[in-house]
Design a binder for this molecule. Structure first.
Ligand code: GLU
Length: 488
């Protein structure tokens, strides 16, 4: 029987869910689902100095929001619980003791500073840095002395010299490392907590992970992990290392780069749709071939395969992300988009916390005007400000229109006809504009621009009659009269 496909996303809870992490999680998820396997979320929190409170919950909340769901994890449990590394310390201890007993690991009393200094000296002599023999074999006497000095040892894995370790990577093929390039490495810190490279192997093995799909930054860790599999006589999982994500300048994306929105939470807050983000993320390194770019999660589960994952870096292009989200926003029911826009309008102070049904209907119509145009819902605030603010802000082009000769004649006639009519709706507004045309002899731009600019402050915008209708007659008349009296 074929081995069950089991993949995992193993975040360290050091911050928000990043685009790179989300992509890793998504690829693991799609690969597992494509093969009818299981996807697991494991929290790797052994580096306690880097942990941030609630970062694991926050990451999981955002993964769920993206629709990347897991069968096993800290919240849902599973056959291989616990799924948080700091709750597995007893398990690691047992395996560390085994390596110590077999002479495959040893207590090292040297401090990090001492080891660093030795390393510097070796480098200065032009040697490949390696752990000195004296640290590997400590006599009982030395040990007693170190302990009397109050030194607490860390545990090192003993790396054999000059052995080849081949990572048979599903994306980049065979990558060979020589063990001589790697010194003995720490598997357990003085505080008794194992390091990532050790804990990850124990967990991937015990949790029966069949495929480890993770970022390229981990490739250099993999030979160390292979050594640990070898030391226990365990079969290693398959590995796949995803290429870096670069910014549009071709540089490695840095978490500190504020020109790119990098965290899923931020996209969520700005009013992006999870399906758009998933679609965008999957194309950061995968393509099914062909021109098609729009894929929903279910299509992706059917289509996803590792052999179409790219070796070369992916480029993060926020313009494309915006385009993608716009594509999905346009196709959403208006009520969904209205619900997404309302909190932004509330935050801007444009509308009340509790809306009457008439007010909601009005807001809904305004959202309808801009649905085609928005890349994300927070944009409703600048786009629709003219409906909510009392003061009109004239843009540059609008100012030029205010100086046009026919302006006064057009606006005078428009104000007159608008006040004369009892009813106010889109048809009546269109009829009024026709009347103005007849009376003044101006038509097209010469007619519409002054009206638009007076009512909105902008030279361009959505459908004029609809805009004037949603502004309401009082506001349109007041703004028109203001321009007639004061220019702007
Ligand atoms: N905890 C590691 C990280 O957050 C994951 C490494 C792995 O997937 O093996 O980068």
């Amino acid at each position: 029987m074929a081995k069950e496909i089991r993949t995992r996303y193993a975040p360290s809870p050091t911050g928000h869910l990043h685009i790179g992490g989300a992509r890793t999680a998504l690829f693991n998820y799609l690969f597992a689902k494509h093969h009818g396997g299981s996807f697991i979320v494991r929290i790797e929190d052994t580096d306690q100095t880097r942990n941030k409170e609630n970062a694991d919950e926050e990451q999981m909340k955002n993964l769920k929001w993206l629709g990347v769901e897991w069968e096993e994890g800290t919240d849902v449990g599973g056959d291989y619980a616990p799924y948080r590394q700091t709750e597995r310390l007893d398990i690691y201890r047992k395996y560390i003791d085994q390596l110590l007993a077999e002479g495959k690991a040893y207590y090292c009393y040297a401090t990090k500073e001492e080891l660093d200094a030795e390393r510097e000296e070796q480098l200065a002599r032009g040697e490949t840095p390696r752990i000195l023999e004296k640290h590997r074999h400590v006599t009982d006497e030395q040990r007693a002395q170190y302990e009397a000095e109050g030194r607490v040892p860390s545990i090192h894995f003993l790396v054999h010299d000059n052995r080849e370790y081949v990572v048979d990577d599903m994306i980049r093929g065979q990558v060979t490392f020589n063990s001589s390039e790697m010194g003995d490495f720490v598997i357990c810190r003085p505080d008794g907590i194992p390091t990532y490279n050790f804990a990850v192997v124990i967990d991937d093995y015990l949790m029966k992970i069949s495929h480890v799909i993770r970022g390229e930054e981990h490739l250099s860790n993999t030979p160390r992990q292979l050594m640990i599999y070898e030391a226990f006589g365990w079969e290693a999982p398959r590995f796949a290392h995803l290429a870096l994500i670069l910014n549009t300048e071709g540089k490695k994306m840095s978490k500190r780069d504020e020109s790119i929105i990098q965290f899923i939470e931020q996209y969520r807050e700005l009013g992006f749709l999870p399906e758009a983000i998933v679609n965008f993320l999957v194309l950061l390194g995968w393509s099914p071939g062909g021109e098609e770019e729009i894929f929903l999660k279910d299509d992706l589960i059917k289509l996803f395969s590792m052999d179409r994952v790219n070796k070369s870096p992916a480029v993060f292009d926020s313009t494309k992300m915006n385009w993608m989200n716009n594509y999905y926003l346009k196709r959403q029911p208006l009520d969904t988009i209205t619900d997404m826009c309302i909190p932004h309008l509330q935050k801007a102070g444009f509308i009340e916390e509790v809306l009457s049904s008439e007010k909601r209907a009005w807001v809904r119509s305004i959202v309808a005007l801009y649905q085609e145009q928005m890349s994300y819902c927070a944009q409703i605030v600048p786009l629709a400000a003219l409906f909510f603010l009392d003061e009109v802000v004239y843009d540059e082009e609008a100012r030029a229109v205010l100086k046009e000769e026919q302006l006064s004649a057009v606006l005078t006639s428009f104000a007159k006809h608008l006040s004369a009519n009892g009813e106010y709706n889109v048809d009546i507004i269109k009829a009024v504009l026709k009347e103005v045309q007849k009376e003044t002899g101006f038509k097209g731009k010469a007619l519409f621009m002054p009206v638009r600019v007076a009512a909105t402050g902008q030279a361009h915008g959505r459908d004029l009659a609809e805009t004037l209708f949603l502004l309401g007659r009082d506001k349109v008349l007041a703004r028109t009269n203001h321009v007639l009296a004061h220019g702007e």
